[in-house]
Ligand binder design. Sequence first.
Ligand code: BG6
Length: 482
Amino acid sequence: QSQTILFPEGFLWGGATAANQIEGAYNSDGKGLDAQDLMPFVTKEQRKGRISMDLTSEQFEHNLKDEVGVYPKRFGIDFYHRYKEDIKLFAEMGFKVFRISISWARIFPKGYEQEPNEKGLSFYDSVFDECHKYGIQPLVTLSHYETPVGLIKKYNGWESREVIDHFVHYATTVFNRYKDKVKYWLTFNEINVITKSPYTGGGIILDRAKDPVSVGYQAAHHQFVASALVTKIAHEINSDFCVGCMLARSEIYPGTNDPVDILLAQQENNLNLFFTDVQVRGEYPAYMTRYFEENGIHIHKKTGDDELLKSYPVDFLSFSYYTSLSVSTHHDTAASEGNLFQGQVNPYLETSDWGWQIDPIGLRVALNDLYVRYRVPLFIVENGLGAYDKVENGQIHDDYRISYLREHIRQIGEAIQDGADVIGYTSWGPIDLVSMSTSEMSKRYGFVYVDQDDEGKGTLKRLKKDSFYWYKKVIASNGREL
Ligand code: BG6
């Protein structure tokens, strides 16, 4: 390990969020409902088994009308009304960049209108202006699991090719509106999630799908096409725009050195990297042909799709990294978690309270692998530790969070010295927010504590944790002081 970690000048330090997990105000100022407004709180009992992030038709219809259940993403942390206070706190930590998503249904309430909702557009104008006041660059995700309910009802979400046109219209609208305020754009958050949870990734209700086996990959194809189209348009609107893809990356290790396990890990890594192979290299990789055949997956492409993908790859590759996974044919170890992905327990790693294994070196491996494979700039746009925090006399001593982040940042520095071109790091949830997978508030990631419980009770007061001061120092020293 090197003594001094050197991060490049202008490295983009900051934090990452998503509209549905922070904004609240889910039906204010003309916003339509989106997929996440219908995701209920997951109880402790339910969390003991696998959590489903999909909705059946029945659940979807029920949740649409339900006014008694707890749907935490409807209230978020009230960022909609408190963004000034929150951005000020990020500025105090010295953020260079702040990742948010635009809620599609705030701009086009049903998803398919022609005219945008002006109140939605002007909300993001204010948010971006507030960022620029402090010299913070916005990094904007166009779609972070927030498919408008209108598109779910009309098309079963991204199952249908028609949704591409509506997305392009939405993206073009916001590109034009914010062309002088936003430079960095991401198309689809964790695009690979769509094959694990079609509802989360694409607003698809599985029991309505014509071909449930193929629907995840078919929808991914539609998103690839949409992403290529909007990358083209983005560059036409402003040649300075940088458009990135976004992958949920877990390094996948062989559980043993049995060659069968080595092969299995290679295949699993390919299934993960398929998405970036298409979006960065601009073509479907050969290994998927066999996978599709053997798994009865049929992708309908239109003439011209392949040329489009080849012509408009992304400018940079962004990814989330929380954990590595181990796979093995020797089923003698228990399962470990990791959002939508599961593997086997790696005895060399510690585990978070939610069963996610902690592997900072895996991040260095991931960065090196990605850079060798793609040779495009890399941006870590999510990484962090979901943990229970305790408030003692108004203070939160979250040394466990500091230690998680410190070790991961150290490994990023190592990867940079290994030669990887890394342009930025936004830790997940710089302020506590509603969990994506469980809708809990008590699974906290922030440098800033939010006084609110799982049911949405609390003063919403913001408190600085110990990690707040630590991260401020990290940014001020450009990663030298960890
Ligand atoms: C990523 C998502 O998968 O993981 C975020 O892009 C999410 O939206 C994050 O919040 C952490 O997951 P969770 O379930 O702990 O909120």
